[in-house]
Design a protein around this ligand. Structure first.
Ligand code: PPS
Length: 567
């Protein structure tokens, strides 16, 4: 593919106009961008999403969803949308300019709203992600995080989002193009990654570049990746260590502030277009590129080669050539890496899967030098200490009077007796007194209450402590959101205290069921308000025939079996 390194159009106004526009925009209705929208806006403004001129208007959106093309026919596989709440949408009329602010309130851009509509999210999920299945992180986001209304229209960029971390490693498409021009790099292979690099990656990327007779751009995503991934701070420190392993002047690295959608084939095409905008000529696409994992039936969302097939089909339009990702394995006798299909006959192949690596890290086991670089392993161990040294959250859920608090208390005391990590109990009643005293029991207030508990628990988990939560937490989607927040930092163990409503009512320790039956307490869980029974909790406890000590002991045994505590 011919390389084009002339500057790509950006959406920024000149510095003088920016100053004036910023003052004027202070008067406009303003929208606080979500983390994902902030990533999207940055790439819209700096040309990473060229030829988009703003968040998609409806005609472009419809066409992208159904045909992977903008309304004018240009290839674009991913809907880049500004989702807002209905309440916000009501404040905006077509033709209005709105200010787009970052999370600190800084105005980054204005947008002229040309379109406003309620999208068919189920259709978007089916078409873009292949299934309306909330096990897919982007579908879950679509239904449970994104607002109900989309606004579309052109953007006027005022300033770039500010990044305080790894500033010298961040480049706009035009900065990278200029760098390639200056270095005389006429062919550039980009490698997209959201994981730490080990020796096999170094081998395969170097090999891919050599085969294409090109230079190499390590282009990791540091915006939003798959929930549960290693945080980008750790990854960038790991990448920096690996960068030293490439022959000098063949390879460079730049960080891409992209919010991934994990959309497999469509995502691969999108990644290709983004790399073309960054001045690359080749792009490495591997097995299950940007795969979201398993669907709710336990099967992969996409076939392992779907992304490669789709990419090949659109390669000319994308403007970058696909380079096949070779699965590299270590051959013991030769003490070097080979593509899996070129291993000399009879030789011994060594490989460590991602799952096995996580297990070894979790259990503090040896990670051999042939697999990774010592600096990378040291970084990973620093961030992910062995499981018995990490923070975690035990989240009890169940009806009022089911025994959650009593068991939670007993578990807390047992853990404190063992020592080693600080333990905090976030019991329903304690939280309602100290954190949520103004809240009632509507769905909105319960959700807010649980999100607050989740936030505190995630901070405790992140900092290596043990959080024990014991609210009713009646809604499955909210429990899932809390799980995601916490699993970014450590284990989340959901314990369903499955005492039946009849038994809770029979016990009626606080006399609340009686009042609920008499209608004196409204929206009472299990009587006049819903409770979603957890479908796949880590543990379910029956309290009707066991005493508290036995129930608490079962939890302790579970924590032991997960390697979170050692006897
Ligand atoms: S929630 O739904 O998770 O926000 O509830 P939570 O914060 O755990 O608070 C539940 C405790 O509040 C008392 N209470 C009620 N529970 C359910 N429904 C209604 N309407 C209600 N009104 C007051 C009740 O004592 C719960 O305490 P526990 O410890 O669960 O028995």
């Amino acid at each position: 593919m011919p390389q084009n390194l002339s500057p790509i159009p950006e959406l920024y106004v000149s510095a003088d106009s920016a100053q004036r526009l910023k003052v004027e925009a202070g008067e406009l209705v303003s929208h606080d961008l979500t983390s994902r929208q902030l990533c999207d806006l940055e790439l819209l403004m700096n040309g990473g999403f060229y030829p988009l001129k703003g968040f998609l208007p409806q005609a472009d959106y419809d066409s992208v969803v159904s045909d992977m093309r903008l309304a004018d026919g240009k290839l674009w596989p991913m809907p880049i949308t500004l989702d807002v709440s209905e309440a916000f949408a009501d404040k905006v009329a077509l033709g209005d300019d709105i200010a787009l602010r970052d999370q600190e309130g800084v105005i980054l851009a204005t947008m002229t709203v040309t379109d406003k509509w309620e999208p068919n999210k189920a259709l978007e999920a089916e078409k873009v992600f292949g299934a309306d299945d909330s096990a897919h992180p982007a579908v879950n986001y679509l239904h449970n995080t994104a607002g109900a209304v989309y606004l579309g229209g052109p953007i006027t960029g005022i300033q770039q989002p500010v990044h305080y971390d790894f500033r010298s490693r961040r480049d706009t498409p035009n900065e990278l193009r200029a760098r390639f021009r200056k270095l005389g790099w006429r062919k550039v292979v980009a490698f997209q990654t959201r994981n730490p690099l080990h020796r096999a990656h170094q081998e395969l990327t170097f090999r891919a570049a050599r085969e294409a007779q090109a230079n190499l751009l390590i282009h990791p995503v540091v915006g939003m990746t798959k929930p549960g991934d290693v945080d980008h701070f750790t990854r960038v420190r790991c990448y920096e260590a690996v960068l030293d392993q490439y022959p000098a002047s063949t390879t460079t690295m730049s960080l891409l502030n992209l919010a991934m959608r994990m959309a497999g084939p469509r995502e691969a095409v999108w990644h290709g277009l983004i790399r073309a905008n960054h001045g690359c000529t080749h792009f490495i696409v591997g097995r299950d590129h940007a795969g979201p994992g398993k669907n709710s039936a336990g099967r992969d969302f996409y076939g392992p080669y779907d992304a490669q097939d789709l990419f090949k089909q659109y390669q000319d339009e994308i403007g970058v050539e696909m380079v096949d990702f070779k699965h590299m394995v270590y051959v013991q006798e030769k003490a070097q890496y080979f593509p899996a299909d070129e291993v000399p006959q009879g030789d011994t192949v060594l490989d460590i899967s991602g799952t096995e690596l996580r297990r070894r890290l979790a259990e503090g086991l040896e990670i051999p030098e042939w697999f990774s670089f010592p600096q990378v392993v040291a970084e990973l161990r620093r961030t992910r200490p062995a499981r018995n040294k990490q923070g975690f959250t035990v989240f009890f859920t169940g009806f009022s009077g089911s025994g959650k608090s009593t068991i939670a208390n007993a578990v807390m005391v047992k853990l404190m007796e063992m020592g080693g990590r600080p333990v905090t109990l976030l019991d329903g009643d304690i939280v309602r007194k100290n954190l949520s005293s103004e809240l009632g029991f509507s769905k909105e207030h319960r959700d807010l209450n649980i999100r607050r508990i989740g936030y505190v628990a995630s901070e405790i988990t992140k900092n290596g402590g043990i959080a024990i939560c014991a609210p009713i937490a009646p809604y499955a989607t909210t429990r899932r959101a809390v799980r995601e927040d916490i699993e970014a930092f450590g284990a989340f163990i959901e314990v369903h205290v499955a005492t039946s409503i009849e038994e809770c009512e029979r016990r009626d320790r606080k006399g609340l069921y009686k009042l609920a039956r008499e209608g004196k307490i409204k929206e009472f869980t299990g009587i006049s308000d819903p409770y979603d029974v957890p479908e796949n909790p880590e543990m379910r406890i029956e309290t009707e025939n066991s005493d508290v000590d036995h129930c608490a002991h079962q939890v302790i045994l579970k924590l032991e079996s997960l390697g979170l505590i050692t006897a």
